[in-house]
Design a binder for this molecule. Structure first.
Ligand code: ADP
Ligand code: ADP
Length: 230
């Protein structure tokens, strides 16, 4: 039973740009879907509609049984279940790695300080930053900052993780450490939708590869079929 159900999603920006055209996609729990396609084809827009950073013009999106287009839906409730990692890490510069990861659970989930801290320490250890917890972002490499950003998203205990070109802003030598964390998450059964240009990641980790072009989802295949056909 799908945990993400997007049906005939259309998105036209206020400036008239028709960014999504009848996009339909189902994702089942634990599945890893990689979205590829040229720049400007709507990948990022689609991802942002899934956690309501963008509203859609028509169609429907149901996330974990909650209909996003239903006016009665509490958007903050949905956002909590959906973690997102962006190209830019967007960490709070005046907070340590630990402080960044603890903040939302305390503010949004009302977790106790000690509870949030313990969970944050576990997550930072899991992303390989056990010895960096007290560093401020400016003292961390890009790869380390992005791993903090992943831990921060996981701290909200999401059911679904969305990644929008998570390695595109990184120096090449740091790409691997971020992809390894993502592979670990996938192996742990996290439901993931990933926009990336990293074809090896798609080949190794994706259950399905989806190709977008000019706002349309034009091709959906297993990685084996996708990569053997080109
Ligand atoms: P991709 O992620 O595949 O590069 P995007 O989703 O960023 O594609 O963009 C899809 C199309 O929507 C592009 O033509 C882009 O210029 C346009 N677009 C993206 N964001 C906005 C926005 N906020 N306002 C207007 N047009 C936008
Ligand atoms: P991406 O890597 O997601 O494709 P872009 O560089 O296309 O990012 O866009 C960066 C930001 O600018 C995004 O927030 C996007 O929504 C916005 N944007 C992109 N195209 C347009 C546009 N034509 N008009 C207004 N905003 C845009």
């Amino acid at each position: 039973k799908p945990i993400i159900k997007a049906r005939h999603v259309d998105k036209t920006y206020p400036n008239g740009c028709h960014a999504l055209k009848q996009v339909s996609l189902d994702v089942i729990p634990g599945e890893v879907v990689v979205i590829i396609g040229p720049s400007g084809s709507g990948k990022s827009t689609f991802l942002r509609t899934l956690n309501q950073l963008e509203t859609i013009s028509s169609g429907s999106i149901v996330m974990d049984g909650v209909n996003l287009t239903d006016k009665k839906t509490n958007i903050n409730h949905v956002r909590k279940d959906v973690g997102m990692v962006f190209q830019q890490f967007n960490l709070f510069p005046h907070k340590t790695a630990l402080g960044n990861v603890m903040m939302s659970p305390i503010k949004v989930l009302k977790e106790r300080q000690d509870e949030a801290e313990q969970h944050a320490r576990e997550l930072l250890t899991r992303v390989g930053l056990a010895d960096r917890m007290d560093n401020y972002p400016s003292r961390l490499s890009g790869g380390q900052q992005q791993r903090v950003a992943i831990a921060r998203a996981l701290a909200m205990r999401p059911k679904i993780m969305l990644f929008d070109e998570p390695t595109s802003a990184l120096d090449p030598e740091m790409v691997g450490e971020v992809l390894d964390v993502m592979k670990g998450l996938a192996n742990d059964g996290m439901t993931m939708v990933v926009v990336t240009h990293e074809m090896n990641f798609a080949k190794e980790v994706a259950d399905r590869v989806v190709f977008m072009e000019e706002g349309e989802l034009i091709l959906e295949e297993t990685p084996e079929r996708f990569f053997s056909s080109r």
